[in-house]
Design a protein around this ligand. Structure first.
Ligand code: MG
Length: 394
């Protein structure tokens, strides 16, 4: 094996921008970030702390602890049983809310690392970004919003905050995950999207990675499930250009499943590379001195207009041909009527709620407590509860 120039560093040598190679003591988060992050990144040392004060951890930074708290929460694990676009009735190939979240975290970290942002914060935000999704995706969200229309409505972003602040329990028995104010503030900017301040760059990267991820994987799932063909997709500029590039690499005879995989890879790579190019250009021009400058200036990272237009074209196609597919519309209607019926059943018979949610009625009222219980369910558990509590439809 040929050794890289880095692996030949001798003990005691200091690598550029790094620590001495023979150093044996633990490197603190502050030291590591000082060596690696750009001035516009969110530094752990600058955190505004937590709503309930806690001592610092000896070797884990505040955003790393946030990431761990989210990863170990029960709401996070339940994402494996929540649909992204397709329910489990369509087999096991397609993405769940959990695998979507993992793909977002991976892509967001790639972008964040290249831009020298805080990867711990990015990962925490990515793992958290869809944690408030109820069963049956946006169909479930709309159904609960309707059920709670006279009680403040329902949104998955607001419910994510409820999970973080109230519904989870930590290992010391205290309520909520007690996340840093930065993670909570970033979630709030998702709620007040148009009216609130610009979020930290780490949060902006997660939102951009979310869209890069679902554009690529929904395309893949839709082809695999036979809803659209590669030929139909190749009418779209972004897909056509990506497939042409892939053909130059793979030749014309590649198997369709290889073409499909190459398309997902190409869609992600194209979008990430283009975003990094435009982000590097605009960050170089802005010369931000700290993360607060980004917020104060209302700066937004975005795709260049050409790629943004190509993404719009792909998303409009996916909306028409996949999200509005008759099969999905039917599933959506079935899920919504189940959630509405379950909601009504628990409102009329509150004793059927688990003790935790019966107690919650005193704090947030009956309707919100029922909504919070239903929103935490997986798709499968929701279906089971429907059959047990409401009964099979005749
Ligand atoms: Mg998402």
């Amino acid at each position: 094996m040929t050794s890289s120039p880095h692996s030949t560093s001798r003990a005691g040598e200091t690598r550029p921008g790094g620590a001495s190679a023979d150093r044996t003591e633990l490197v603190t988060t502050a030291e590591r970030e000082a060596a690696l992050l750009a001035p516009y990144a969110m530094f752990s040392a600058d955190t505004a702390g937590r709503e309930r004060e806690e001592a610092e951890h000896p070797y884990r930074g505040p955003f790393q602890r946030d990431r761990d708290r989210i990863l170990h929460s029960s709401a996070f694990r339940r994402l494996s049983g929540k649909m992204q676009v397709f329910t489990g009735e369509r087999g096991d190939y397609h993405r769940t809310r959990l695998t979507h979240t993992q793909e977002v975290a991976s892509i967001a970290r790639t972008i964040g690392r290249a831009l020298r942002l805080n990867e711990d914060l990015i990962e925490a935000l990515a793992l958290f970004h869809d944690i408030g999704h109820p069963p049956f995706g946006h169909a479930g969200e709309d159904a609960l919003d309707e059920c709670l229309r006279d009680h403040g409505g329902f949104s998955h972003n607001a419910y994510g905050l409820t999970i973080a602040r109230e519904l989870e329990t930590r290992h010391d028995g205290t309520p909520g995950l007690n996340l840093t104010r930065e993670v909570l503030a970033c979630q709030k900017t998702r709620i007040d999207k148009t009216t609130g301040p610009a979020p930290l760059l780490e949060a902006q990267v997660v939102d951009l990675a979310d869209s890069i991820t679902y554009d690529a994987h929904d395309t893949d799932d839709a082809v695999k499930l036979g809803m659209v063909t590669l030929d139909e997709l190749s009418e779209l500029t972004l897909v056509r250009d990506t497939m042409a590039q892939n053909r130059r690499r793979l030749g014309d005879e590649a198997e369709p499943y290889v073409q499909r995989k190459a398309l997902v890879h190409g869609l992600i790579d194209r979008q990430v590379s283009s975003l990094l190019q435009s982000a590097a250009d605009s960050l170089r021009q802005q010369r931000f001195r700290c993360a607060q400058d980004v917020i104060d200036l209302g700066f937004r990272l975005e795709h260049d207009s050409e790629l943004a237009g190509q993404k719009e074209e792909l998303e409009a196609f996916l909306y028409q041909r996949v999200y509005r597919h008759p099969e999905l519309i039917e599933m959506r209607a079935r899920a919504q009527s189940r959630l509405a019926a379950l909601f009504g059943a628990f409102v009329s018979a509150r004793n059927g709620l688990p003790a935790k949610y019966r107690r919650r009625i005193d704090e947030v009222g009956l309707h919100r407590a029922v909504g919070d219980y239903l929103a935490g369910m997986t798709d499968r558990f929701c279906n089971e509860q429907f059959e047990q509590v409401v009964g099979r439809p005749s």
